[in-house]
Design a protein around this ligand. Structure first.
Ligand SMILES: Nc1ncnc2c1ncn2[C@@H]1O[C@H](COP(=O)(O)OP(=O)(O)OP(=O)(O)O)[C@@H](O)[C@H]1O
Ligand SMILES: [Mg+2]
Length: 425
């Protein structure tokens, strides 16, 4: 990293210290992720362009290639560049051995240690400064180019066998297989020819550098743009619960629509009987309803909902307050509580720990370890990724690579792979 730092200082002598630190932070943390210079350009190109208006985009791209060359010499484009001359012979075997000692150093930007707040603060400071500069520039320039917000699109190759089963209503598989699909915002392709398999009952941690399309992928699944068998229920916790007069506990309980419908019918029939109706069917219907309520253990529902709310930080008093009295953050927690209570076949969560305090995070980590159906969760939180997932899905190079095990196992497997490929040279 020292070399990167020197190089940046050489090519951008007037670079502001905070910005330099920001760029170095992004490069350091993303080092093991960059596959080509385009990815380096995506990560830091804009910031570097800010620093020096006399450089063309082409110059900045060359600089990004050189930065990649410093970070990962075998990944950078070398066809135009000068040949590297080594000062001393290198011994590949000992390099491989050293990898073991360096495993601890391999950390990625998208996996933050929970207590790594100093670096985070620095990045935030630099980001704020960059924003300030951008705002200033926006004010200075008369015609402002507003980035065009687009709707993401997805296309997918469907298996004939599955379509056939689906059309006959015979598709009972609980596994989800989305094959050979693309996701894009206009011309900006996020995923291309990707495959995603979610086996029933497993918990998938979706990881990858910022901005590669993790959130978009979840949205494509929940909106139905990527097709999955219609009998599989999906819930994506994305938006906060609407604030109204419904009590918090009630708003969680009402997600169980089967229970809510049965209770509603029970009330209607009881009212009719009390009003003197002599219809003999009413009593039979009422007994059936009671049997069904017993079957789904409806009486235990309030306690279950309360346990979830309590785990997410709602005291008994808060559980009895109307949803409109809560802030956006708490209404987001309510949305999470509703999803956990509903137990969909596939639960999609996007960085759930961001909305929680440490106590609630620990509760959620424990709760999800017993999650009975399939979970797909995006996270940058190292502890969470080590605790909850049974599998890691690594989004990079517009594809999704699947690894068995938690994040720690994933890192180990990746290092092993790296060792093997180094040995193979
Ligand atoms: N409405 C939009 N129109 C055009 N581009 C978009 C839109 N929304 C997001 N993007 C771009 O698509 C890319 C993927 O965004 P997305 O939010 O899915 O990434 P992500 O992997 O979830 O990132 P992060 O880890 O930072 O949450 C980003 O580069 C983003 O700038
Ligand atoms: Mg995201």
């Amino acid at each position: 990293m020292a070399t990167c730092s020197e190089y940046i200082k050489t090519v951008f002598p007037s670079i502001d210290d905070d910005l330099k630190q920001y760029v170095e932070g992004v490069l350091k943390n993303g080092a093991d992720e960059f596959e080509d210079s385009e990815e380096v350009y995506e990560a830091v190109g804009e910031v570097l362009q800010e620093v020096s208006s006399d450089k063309t985009e082409e110059d900045i791209r060359d600089i990004c290639n050189e930065l990649l060359n410093i970070l990962k010499p075998n990944k950078a484009k070398t066809n135009n560049g000068p040949m590297k001359v080594l000062n001393a012979p290198i011994h590949l075997g000992s390099m491989v051995d050293n990898l073991d000692n360096n495993i601890e150093d391999i950390k990625s930007i998208w996996v933050m240690q929970r207590d790594d707040s100093l670096m985070q603060k620095k990045l935030e400071k630099a980001q704020a400064k960059l924003q300030e500069k951008q705002d200033k520039r926006t004010k200075d320039v008369k015609s402002v180019v507003v980035p065009k917000l687009q709707t993401a699109t997805a296309s997918q190759v469907t298996s004939k066998k599955e379509s056939k089963l689906e059309s006959k209503g015979n598709n009972r598989t609980q596994d989800i297989r989305i094959e050979n699909f693309d996701v894009a915002y206009g011309d900006r392709v996020l995923l291309q020819g990707a495959d995603l398999t979610l086996a029933c009952g497993r918990r998938y941690g979706l990881v990858g550098r910022n901005g590669l399309g993790k959130s978009t992928l979840l949205r494509m699944i929940s909106s139905g743009q990527l097709r999955i068998p219609s009998h599989i229920s999906i819930l994506h916790v994305e938006q906060e619960v609407v604030g109204d007069n419904t009590l918090a506990l009630e708003s969680v309980l009402e997600c169980d629509t089967v229970r809510a419908d049965l209770l509603k019918r029970e009330k209607e029939i009881s009212t009719a009987i009390n009003a003197g109706s002599t219809d003999p069917n009413l009593n039979t219907q009422l007994s059936e309803i009671y049997a069904q309520l017993q079957n789904i253990e409806a009486d235990k529902a309030p306690a279950k909902a309360s346990i979830i709310l309590n785990g997410l930080g709602f005291t008994s008093e808060m559980q009895q307050r109307p949803t409109k009295t809560f802030s956006g953050g708490w209404r987001m927690r309510l949305a999470l509580a509703r999803a956990l209570f509903s137990r969909p076949d596939l639960l999609l969560l996007d960085e759930p720990t961001n909305m929680l305090d440490i106590k609630a995070i620990i509760w959620l980590e424990n709760y999800l370890q017993n999650w009975p159906t399939t979970l797909l969760v995006v996270s940058h939180d190292r502890n969470f990724l080590d605790t909850v997932p049974t599998d890691i899905l690594h989004l990079h190079s517009q594809r999704i690579e699947a690894y068995r095990g938690n994040y720690e196992q994933f890192e180990r497997t990746k290092t092993e792979k790296l060792k093997k490929s180094t040995k193979g040279i």
